[in-house]
Structures are given as C-alpha cells and as structure tokens.
Design a protein around this ligand. Structure first.
Ligand code: ADP
Ligand code: SF4
Length: 688
C-alpha cells in the first residue's frame, strides 16, 4: 500500500537549527516512570518510536542538578558525566532508525523535593515548595550564575551523550525559567524581577548560552507553556505569553508550546476533545518564523494536515498518541490508516509516572515491555503449534487475545453471549465523556476483520457442553466480572446491613440503562477510581437528584493519578451533585441511608430513592469452575488447557484486560514455572 498524496505534507523535512527532522512527527517530552532507574527499558521504548517513524524523539524532563531533584519520581538525570552512558543508550536507539534525539533539561526549582539529594531547594523568591512542607530559598546573583553554568554544562554533556536537540524548558510550572517568568512567584527587585523584560532575562540567557555552547551542532529549542489557565494571575495566551514569544521569537530554533500545568496539558478525552490546545497556542506561529510544535492528542491524519495547512503548527507533537501507537507515522506513510491504534485519552499511562512505576497503556499492551519482555508493538512470533483456540467472551481481554493469537497464525474462534462484541468497553463507552474508549474495541475488531483465521460469533452464550463439543485444543475464558450489590469492598468485608432489601442498582444496571425512577440516588463510592463519578454524572444528567458518598477525601480520589480529580469534582459540582466525603455507608433502613463520618460519632440519616454501591466486582468464573470440575470430560474432548484471563481472573482496569489477552497469546507456548518473567535493570555492584 502506498500513502495517499494528501498526507505527503506530513512527510516533509523540517530544519531545526543545524539539524533536520525527516518528517513532521515530533514525540514531545513525556514522563514514563522509567527515567534514570530503568535506562535499558527507557532506551528501548524511545527507540521503538523512532522505528515507528517519529522524526524527533525526546526524553522526559532531565534533571541537571541535585538541587532540582524530584525524587521519588523517576525522571531522566544528567547531573554529571556518570549519566552520559545511560542517556547514550537512548540516543543510540533513536539514531539507529534515523531520528533525532532531544533532551529536555530541567531544574525543578520550587517543584523539586530534594528528598534524595537533601540540598536546599531554590526559587526566584522565598516561598513554600509546590508539594512538600518546606520552603525554597530565594536565589541570589551567585546562585543564578551557578544555575546558568549548570545548565550550560548539562547542554555540553547532552551533546556528548549524542543528543541532537537540547531543550530550554519553561513549562508545566515545573522549571526555574517558568518560575522566574511568573509574577506570582518572582517577587525579586533586581534585574531578574519586576518588569516582564527582567523576568524573561533568565530564560533568554539560558537559550543564548545553550546556543553558544552546543548550537553549532545541536538544535536549541524551547518548551514554553503559553497559558496557565488562571487568567491574569498566571502566564496567559491573551496576556504576557504573547509578549514573551514576541521578545524571544527568533532566538530558539523551534517553539514547542503547550498549556500548564500538567492536568491542563494532558487532559483526558472525558474532559477535552482532540485539538483542545489549539485555541491557546495558535497565535505563536504568527510571531515567529521558527518551526512550531504543539500537542492535543492528535491521532487523525486529516486533522494533522489541516493544522499544517492552516499555519497553526509546523510539526505534530504527540506524547500519548505515540505511546498508544509508536508506529503511527509509519502507518500513515504506508497508507495503513485502519491499522492505527488510536489513543483513547484515558491517562492510564500517566498513572505510571504518578505511582513511580514504568508506564502502561490501555491501547498498547507492549508499552513498557519493549526491553524487559522483548515485546514489539507490531510483531508477534509465528505460532509454535497448530493448536486451535476457543475464546469465550468478547470484551477487551477476549478481543485482544483473539487479535494477537490471530496475528501469530493460530486458528481462533471467539464466542460472545451478547449480540455485540466489546464487553465492558461497550457499556463504559456509552457513559458521559467516555465514547473515545470505544477505540479499544474498534481497533481490535478492525484487525480481526482482516484475519481469515479468526472467526467471531456474537450472540453465542456458551455452556460446558457447547465448549466440549467444539473440539478446540485450548479454551480461554474471558467472561468478565459483575459488580456486587451487597456493599462488600474495601470498607466492608461483610454485606452492608439493609442493602439486601433496599432499592439497589448496581453499576451494571446503570450502564445497561436500567435507571431508578426517582431520587435522591445515593452513589456510594468505595472503589475510588473513575466509575462512581461517571455514574453520578450519568444519573444527574438523567434529571435525578444525586448524593455522592465516598470514604475518601474527595470524589473519584484515585483520578488524581489520571490528572482528572479536579475536573471530576468541578463537573459534579456544576451538575448539582451533593458530594459527601470521608463518610461510610453503614446501613440502610426503611429507605433511609445511614452514613458515618471517618472522624466523630454523628451518623447522618438520608432518605433515598435508591442506592448505587460502587464497591467491588466478582469474576464471572462459574463456567471455569464447572469445566475444571470435569477433568475427564476435558481430556476426552482433547482440551489441553483452560485459562482465565482479564476480569474473569481478577477484575481490574481495561488496560489490564487488554494486557492479559496479549500476554496469553505471547506466552501460550511458554510453560509457567512461576519465575520472574522479565528482565530487570539491576544496579551495578562495584567493590571500592
Ligand atoms: P474483560 O474486561 O475481562 O474482557 P468483559 O466483561 O469486558 O471482560 O467481557 C466479558 C464478556 O464475556 C462479556 O461481553 C460477556 O457477555 C461475555 N460472556 C460472559 N459469559 C459468557 C458465556 N458463557 N458465553 C459467551 N460469552 C460470555
Ligand atoms: Fe492514550 Fe490511555 Fe494509552 Fe495513555 S494509556 S496513551 S491515554 S490510550
């Protein structure tokens, strides 16, 4: 297949100072939870994107000095020459595929913790650090001179590590040049504070000095947050950002522009559409002749072309779309648009960085496994046997297992009880804001449709006899899970008294469209992730009065890890949902819910029309248990193995179900001996 000529424009080279990107696809810096602690995994992950056609592949933020240490978060590090070999692994992996490697140099200033280095944190003025119960000290002139020297030395080191592009980073409220720009932080009265020109001085000096140090061979680019979404109190695209871009317009070799802070930059599909940053960043190109990069969860090639043609961007920046599909550029280049695995905008990837673990992705189960398991996002090993596989259940686990086994060349049949394939993805993607999650199903159905060795059978509820009659060698149960109605979960080991006789609607009921007819509806969130919040939204939008009770400090508290918690709470408030935090549902009597506070004694009594407990799920594994109870029958039917995957084994995230399906297909022939199944980056032990 060859590409449609209307996408040719995306494959034009772009000059970035002394270096040239081979096309317009730019993987902008993104965190990944690997950083300096997992250098091999990090290098392989970045290298995969170069292989997949991203012309520029950047690191995440790369700390330049121990006084800007963000421990325990694991980012890249370039404190001294010892870091060079680790970073070189990445630049070599990127160069191997003809792409440019970029490094985002950072000193985190008031956003640093210095929990590891124990240095005193630095900032433009005396002020509390962003996240910790201690303060930064105001930098004096000598500190500023030192910082400039560290930055320059880091740029020189980056060049020695093989980087082609060096970033000066003023974004996300995470780096000193940004902190010096902000009026609210920079209250200096010297030449670095006060007027905008003075506040820009440090940013300008860093760019000039990086250019002087490495600009002969490296592109020196900036990442600049043009809007902090706080109006006059911050940098804003209607205010000072325009003046800042105008003042520095031709100085950097490229402008990478975005929103700040991170929750605005990486908004989920639940709260922002593809291209959501465009209204804020569009002005930049009018003020500079240098190439401009921007992000906005772009996965549509037509949208990309229009951005270039309209003169909004010169290069298509992407973090998440490059995680979900490292091969996105190559697929456009080869005219294989239907093969693109589009990011669903769920931010499970971000939970990796937030929980200080290598990131994972809902759409791309090989993400993070490139080095440690040797998994390639596009290539599967050929089948090692002629085993035919029967999969029961067409949710994310069953669909990915079918797709991946099909890619290996196995003969596969997928039986699904309902008339639609997709399982929980169908149900959840119909909830408010989650329609993009349907891409998990659509990508897999699209791939399966092209495989003559995979057959799907919707509308086929399977029992033991059906399975035994089919004559497949292997059986996979991907039959999902069911939400409990009895309140058992984190806070209750035993059923909540009174729920058995109360009007209870489970999340499955609501998702299937079975709604209570009158409120108030008490949504009890003891699950703490997204679902209770989305269900409350669904019910409120159906015109019902909703009371949201959670054991946590805030509604949908774990969505802090997907950067959504602020938006969730704002939305519930806007919908008039009454949120009661730090309370537990302890009983229901005669249509009255009793909720007890975490602190204090006073139990509240709330009359309710119905209760929606969001607490825990139980696997739908009855079929598995029945099959396993009849080993002789399995043997007679020629069945070699029966395996549970996804929610049927242990209810989890959609990402886990996809991963489980993929893993089954990869490891079908590998005996499970219970050993560690991946490579680890172990610290080098040296004798003094
Ligand atoms: P997962 O997230 O693990 O993929 P889902 O709940 O999304 O799980 O999907 C499970 C699917 O399995 C559902 O679509 C359900 O209809 C289907 N299913 C459950 N039991 C059977 C069965 N006995 N025969 C066929 N399909 C089944
Ligand atoms: Fe996109 Fe979700 Fe994958 Fe992140 S985890 S890249 S948001 S699909």
């Amino acid at each position: 297949m060859s590409r449609d000529p209307r996408y040719d424009i995306l494959f034009e080279p772009v000059k970035i100072g002394p270096v040239t990107a081979r096309n317009r696809f730019f993987q902008v810096p993104h965190c990944n939870g690997m950083g300096h602690q997992h250098p091999q995994a990090h290098a392989a992950m970045r290298g995969m994107k170069a292989e997949g056609g991203w012309a520029v592949v950047a690191t995440e933020e790369c700390e330049i000095h121990p006084s800007g240490d963000v421990s325990p978060y694991v980012e890249a590090r370039i404190w001294d020459d010892h870091d060079i070999p680790y970073l070189s692994m990445m630049t070599e992996a990127v160069h191997r595929h003809g792409s440019l490697a970029a490094v985002e140099l950072v000193h985190n200033g008031p956003s640093a913790s210095n929990l590891y280095s124990r240095e005193v944190p630095l900032g433009p003025s005396h002020q509390p650090t962003n996240y910790y119960p201690f303060q930064v000290r105001a930098m004096d002139r000598e500190d500023i001179r030192n910082y400039r020297r560290w930055h320059r030395e880091a740029a020189l080191r980056a060049k020695r590590a093989g980087f082609d592009i060096v970033y000066v980073y003023a974004g996300h409220d995470l780096s000193l040049p940004m902190h010096f720009l902000q009026r609210r932080r920079n209250q200096r009265i010297d030449e670095y504070g006060g007027s905008l020109e003075n506040r820009v001085r440090l940013f300008r000096e860093l760019i000039e000095e990086a250019k002087e140090a490495v600009g002969d061979t490296c592109g020196v680019v900036v990442r600049f947050a043009v809007d902090e979404m706080m109006g006059e109190d911050g940098i804003s695209s209607e205010g000072e950002a325009k003046d800042i871009v105008a003042m520095l317009a031709e100085l950097p070799d490229l402008w990478d522009v975005n929103l700040s802070n991170w929750k605005y930059d990486s908004q989920t599909s639940r709260f922002a559409e593809e291209g959501y940053q465009e209204p804020f960043t569009a002005f930049v190109k009018k003020l500079t002749s240098k190439p401009v990069v921007g992000v906005g969860r772009y996965t549509s090639p037509d949208r990309m072309v229009s951005l270039i043609k309209k003169g909004v961007l010169d290069m298509i920046g992407a973090a998440r779309p490059s995680i979900a599909d490292p091969y996105l550029p190559k697929k456009i280049e080869e005219g294989r648009l239907e093969d693109i695995r589009e990011c669903i905008g769920c931010n499970i990837c971000i939970t990796g960085d937030m929980t200080i673990t290598p990131m994972r992705c809902t759409q791309n189960p090989t993400q993070g496994e490139e080095w440690r398991k040797g998994w390639h996002p596009e290539i599967m090993p050929a089948k090692a046997s002629n085993d035919r596989i029967l999969i029961i259940g067409g949710g994310p686990a069953g669909l990915e297992a079918a797709r991946a086994l099909g890619q290996r060349g196995h003969e596969v049949a997928l039986a699904e009880a309902s008339t639609e394939l997709g399982g929980r993805v169908n149900l959840e993607s119909r909830l408010p804001g989650l329609s993009a999650w349907g891409r998990v199903r659509d990508y897999r159905l699209g791939q399966i449709a092209k495989m003559s060795n995979v057959e799907t059978y919707p509308g086929s509820p399977m029992g033991v006899t059906d399975i035994l009659d089919q004559g497949f060698e292997r059986v996979v149960l991907a039959t999902g899970a069911t939400w409990r109605k009895d309140g058992v979960g984190r806070s209750h080991a035993f059923p909540i008294p009174g729920l058995d006789t109360a009007k209870v609607f489970s999340p499955d009921d609501i998702m299937a469209g079975r709604l209570p007819d009158k409120g108030p509806i008490l949504v009890y969130d003891d699950d703490l992730f997204y679902l209770a919040g989305v269900l409350a939204e669904r019910l409120a939008k159906a015109g019902l009065e909703v009371i949201y009770v959670t054991t946590a400090d805030t509604a949908s508290s774990w969505t802090s890890n997907t950067l959504e918690v602020y938006f969730v709470n704002k939305r519930l408030h806007a919908l008039g949902v009454r949120v009661i935090c730090q309370h537990d549902l302890v009983a229901v009597r005669n249509g009255v819910a009793e909720i007890a506070p975490a602190y204090g004694e006073a139990v509240q009594h709330i009359p309710v029309g119905a209760i929606v407990p969001v607490t825990a799920r139980l696997p739908n594994d009855a079929l598995y248990q029945e099959l396993m109870a009849a080993p002789e029958k399995l043997k007679d039917a020629g069945i070699k193995s029966v395996t549970r995957i996804g929610d049927c084994l242990a209810p989890g995230l959609i990402a886990y179900a996809v991963y489980a399906g993929h893993r089954y297909a990869r490891e079908l022939d590998a005996p499970d001996l219970g050993e560690v199944k991946f490579r680890r980056a172990l610290p080098l032990v040296t004798t003094p």
